[in-house]
Ligand binder design. Structure first.
Ligand code: FES
Length: 135
């Protein structure tokens, strides 16, 4: 469950469907991402999961400057310092823990995808605008 606000009061909403993404050990602190397909607002897109410190995070792989994928090599999103997610095209940088733009031509936040980690497995959660790709 997650807390959302309605009419100035907190209410709990289900997190949607829970989908296994990868093993926890597949995500190394500031290492390569694990990509996955999603349908975001009706469009097929890629998401990616990374680990930053002890925590795993996932975002839609779509820059806020120009809506294009950001990895400079497949599954590589961290800059040389390991402190920022960087877009390869024009160098926008984002905070790995929140997805907020921290510099460059972007504005706002990356689209965050809810993750949970349990018993050595990372799962992502669907939302009203974020669904699994059906085959
Ligand atoms: S497309 Fe990402 S910084 Fe321009």
């Amino acid at each position: 469950m997650r807390e959302v606000w309605r009419d100035g009061k907190p209410v709990e909403q289900p997190l949607g469907k829970v989908i296994a993404l990868c093993n926890s050990s597949d995500l190394v602190d500031r290492g390569e991402a694990v990509p996955f397909d999603v349908v975001y607002c009706g469009q097929t897109c890629r998401g990616f999961a990374v680990r930053y410190g002890a925590q795993a995070y996932a975002y839609l792989n779509r820059c806020l400057h120009v809506p294009m994928e950001m990895d400079y090599q497949p599954n590589r999103f961290f800059d040389m310092t390991g402190n920022w997610i960087i877009c390869a095209t024009h160098g926008a940088i984002y905070r790995p823990d929140t997805g907020e733009c921290a510099g460059g031509p972007c504005r706002g936040k990356l689209v965050k995808i809810a993750l949970t980690e349990r018993d050595g497995v990372v799962h992502w959660h669907t939302a009203h605008n974020l669904l699994p790709l059906e085959f």
